[in-house]
Design a protein around this ligand. Structure first.
Ligand code: COA
Length: 275
């Protein structure tokens, strides 16, 4: 199994956008959102949140991208909020910073198209929370995930107490937060929180493999599956099942469903239009 530092993968095509702290490029239907402060282990500061906000919006509007992969350059996914930014700021400024982070994470969670977090190295605090707001997490077995804010006298403020508890339960979440412990990528896979790597893959390759599989599916079916599965967390079962029925019937009326069924019968590859 190949591991070690992540290739920076910062692109180089004409369509690339690299703000300095975050990169965005699209290739083969996949948008790559690259956290790009490797010298600070991709710590999240206001400029990073602002760029992530811009690029997730760009991804949503990008007709060439069906799925996004967010990943970190250098030796970490992201080691959390930029602690240096906290020095000397007011409570109001801190609260605003938390709101900015939450807004970005909510945009990832509610993006119309799926987002995969490719996690290697450290994913701590806000870095872990950013991954938790994505639809799928692919993780290197040696990665270290955690919510160490209590050691700073703080709490996870980007959904860590809520999103993680919904995914793995209260006991595991609380233990991580109040002990400041870390979870290995291997454990995250065992917990069902993340997906592991295939033979000889690094985490970005594994995320691309998944993304390529997603790109081959009918776009509307993928997008609506995301909406339905996410609603499973907080919708009463009867309502959620009724929604599933209604959405399923609506999809049956789409061109893509006709095309998918016809392609199966004709034994050919479907050509989806996203309508
Ligand atoms: N905020 C600001 N800077 C950070 C950072 C963060 N969350 N995490 C790492 N950095 C910086 C370090 O200060 C260092 O910068 P420097 O070279 O200018 O001194 C650089 O990134 C490399 O980190 P370093 O600590 O030297 O690497 P390491 O391998 O020894 O340790 C960690 C890695 C992740 C264990 C350690 O950096 C750490 O504990 N970071 C803070 C994690 C955290 O508490 N996150 C939650 C924040 S709310």
């Amino acid at each position: 199994m190949r591991r070690g530092p992540m290739p920076s993968d910062s692109g180089g095509d004409d369509g690339d956008h690299v703000s300095g702290v975050v990169g965005y490029r699209v290739e083969g239907g996949i948008a790559f959102i690259t956290l790009n402060r490797p010298e600070k282990l991709n710590a999240l500061n206001p400029a990073v949140f602002s760029d992530l906000d811009d690029f997730i919006t760009e991804f949503n509007d990008d007709r060439d991208a069906a799925v996004a992969i967010v990943h970190g350059s250098g030796r970490a996914f992201a080691a959390g909020a930029d602690i240096e930014h906290y020095v000397g700021i007011s409570v109001a400024e801190y609260a605003q910073f938390m709101r900015d982070g939450n807004r970005v994470q909510e945009k990832f969670a509610t993006s119309t198209k799926p987002v995969i977090a490719a996690v290697h190295g450290y994913a701590l605090g806000g870095g872990f929370e950013l991954a938790l707001s994505c639809d799928l997490i692919v993780v290197d077995p040696e990665a270290q995930l955690g919510l160490p804010e209590a050691r700073l006298g703080l709490l996870p403020g980007g959904g860590g107490t809520q999103r993680l508890a919904r995914l793995v339960g209260a006991t595991r979440t609380l233990e991580l937060i109040i002990t400041g412990g870390r979870l290995s990528g291997r454990q995250a896979v065992d917990w069902g929180l993340a997906l592991g790597l295939g033979e000889d893959e690094n985490v970005l390759e594994a995320a691309k493999r998944l993304a390529h599989q997603i790109v081959r599916q009918a776009p509307l079916a993928v997008q609506l599956a995301k909406v339905l599965v996410r609603s499973a967390f907080d919708t009463p079962l009867a309502s959620a099942l009724a929604l599933e029925q209604a959405v399923g019937a609506m999809l049956f009326s789409t061109d893509d469903a006709r095309e998918g069924i016809a392609a199966f019968v004709d034994k050919r590859v479907p050509q989806f239009q996203g309508r």
